[in-house]
Write a protein that binds this ligand. Structure first.
Ligand SMILES: *[C@@H]1O[C@H](CO)[C@@H](O)[C@H](O)[C@H]1NC(C)=O
Ligand SMILES: *[C@@H]1O[C@H](CO)[C@@H](O)[C@H](O)[C@H]1NC(C)=O
Ligand SMILES: *[C@@H]1O[C@H](CO)[C@@H](O)[C@H](O)[C@H]1NC(C)=O
Ligand SMILES: *[C@@H]1O[C@H](CO)[C@@H](O)[C@H](O)[C@H]1NC(C)=O
Ligand SMILES: CC(=O)N[C@H]1CO[C@H](CO)[C@@H](O)[C@@H]1O
Length: 291
C-alpha cells in the first residue's frame, strides 16, 4: 500500500520511479517539502543498495529546483539505520562487489548532505548506530521518537566514528563526545535531547511526525536563496571537507591494522552476519562478546 502511494506521488510530481531501498514522497502539495524513507529490512543496514539508492536520491532532489526541505526517516520498526555492512569494510565482500567504490559513494553521500542546498531533517524513531548516526549528524536538524537510540560503536571495533565525530563534538561538546564515543555507549532519545545530540524528543511516533512535518512545511514556505545561504553560513561553524579527509585517513590507517580486520570478521561471524537480534543491542553486544 505504502509503495503504491509513493508511486502515485511520483507520477503526480513527475518524479522517477521509487528505488528499492529509498522511497520518496511529498509532505506538502507543492512537494517543496519531501520525505526520503529508508527501507532495507530487517535493520536498515547501510549496504551497497542503500548507499547507491541514497546517492541517486540525493543527487536527484538537489537538482530538481523544487525540493527545499527533505525529512529522512525509516519504515523499518526499531531501526533508523544500522551500521555499514561490515562485509564491505572487512575481507568478506561478496564477489563482484567493489568495496572501495561503495565506500567512495558512502563518503559522497555524507558530503552531499552538507553541500546540498536542501535542508535535511532527520526523523529518528529507532536505532541509529555507526553509519546511521554519521548520516543524521550531517543533516541540518535531528528529532527523536521513543524508540530512538544513538551510538558510535567504532571505538569497540578499533575504528573511529569517521563521518560523525567532528559534528558530534561540536553538537554536544568534547567532554560528552569523548564519554559517548570512547565507551561506545548506547544513548536513549531523552538523554540525546538533553545534551543536544538531537534537537528534541517526542513521546510517540505520531507526535514526532507531526512536529517534523509542520516544521518542514513551514521552512518550505521560504525562498531557496534564504534557506541555502543560511545553511551555507551555518556550515562555516562546522567542520571543513579537509577535516573529513583527515578523519578518513585516520579511519583507513586503523582499518589496515590486522587485529581490526580480525575483529570485523569475528563480529560478522558471531552476529550471524549482523542479524536483527544482534543489531538491536549492537554496541553492548560488541563489548560483551569481544572483550
Ligand atoms: C534547474 O535550474 C537550473 C538553473 O536554472 C537548470 O540548469 C536546470 O536544468 C534545472 N533543472 C531541472 C531539473 O529543471
Ligand atoms: C573499484 O573502485 C575504485 C574506486 O572507485 C576504482 O578506482 C577501481 O578501479 C575499481 N576496481 C575495479 C576492479 O573495478
Ligand atoms: C548555495 O549557495 C552557494 C554559495 O554559498 C552557491 O555556491 C550555490 O550555488 C547555492 N546553491 C543553490 C542551489 O542556489
Ligand atoms: C551478509 O549480509 C550481507 C548484507 O545483507 C549480504 O550481502 C551477504 O550476502 C550476507 N552474507 C552471507 C554469507 O550470508
Ligand atoms: C555511484 C554514484 O552514483 N556516485 C555518485 C554519488 O554522488 C556524487 C556526487 O557527490 C557523484 O559524483 C557520484 O557519481
Amino acid at each position: 500500500m505504502r509503495s503504491m502511494i509513493t508511486f502515485a506521488l511520483h507520477l503526480i510530481v513527475g518524479r522517477s520511479v521509487a528505488r528499492l531501498t529509498v522511497g520518496t514522497s511529498c509532505i506538502n502539495d507543492a512537494c517543496s517539502a519531501a520525505r526520503l524513507t529508508i527501507s532495507n529490512p530487517p535493520v536498515n543496514l547501510f549496504d551497497k543498495n542503500v548507499i547507491s539508492d541514497l546517492n541517486e536520491s540525493l543527487i536527484e532532489l538537489t537538482g530538481d529546483n523544487q525540493t527545499k526541505v527533505v525529512v529522512v526517516s525509516s519504515d523499518v520498526p526499531g531501526f533508523f539505520g544500522a551500521q555499514i555492512d561490515l562485509n564491505i569494510l572487512g575481507s568478506t565482500a561478496p564477489p563482484g562487489v567493489n568495496a572501495s567504490a561503495v565506500l567512495e559513494t558512502y563518503y559522497d553521500n555524507l558530503n552531499l548532505l552538507l553541500s546540498s542546498s536542501i535542508i535535511f531533517i532527520a526523523e529518528v524513531n529507532g536505532r541509529a548506530w555507526g553509519a546511521g548516526d554519521e548520516h543524521i549528524l550531517r543533516m541540518d536538524m535531528r528529532f527523536a521518537g521513543p524508540e530512538a537510540q544513538f551510538g558510535a560503536p567504532e571505538a569497540a571495533v578499533g575504528l573511529i566514528h569517521v563521518g560523525g565525530l567532528q559534528q558530534l563534538t561540536r553538537l554536544i561538546g568534547p567532554g560528552l563526545a569523548s564519554e559517548y564515543m570512547l565507551s561506545a555507549a548506547q544513548v536513549k532519545a531523552t538523554e540525546a535531547a538533553r545534551i543536544g545530540w538531537v534537537n528534541s524528543a517526542y513521546p510517540s511516533p505520531e507526535a514526532l511526525r507531526n512536529h517534523v512535518n509542520k516544521l518542514a512545511t513551514r521552512i518550505a514556505l521560504f525562498s531557496f536563496e534564504a534557506l541555502n545561504l543560511t545553511k551555507q553560513s551555518i556550515a562555516e561553524q562546522g567542520p571543513t571537507q579537509q577535516a573529513l579527509r583527515r578523519d578518513r585517513a585516520r579511519f583507513e590507517a586503523l582499518a589496515m591494522v590486522p587485529v581490526v580486520g580480525q575483529r570485523l570478521a569475528n563480529i560478522v561471524e558471531i552476529s550471524k552476519n549482523q542479524s536483527t537480534e544482534w543489531e538491536l543491542n549492537n554496541n553492548n553486544n560488541i563489548v560483551a562478546n569481544l572483550y
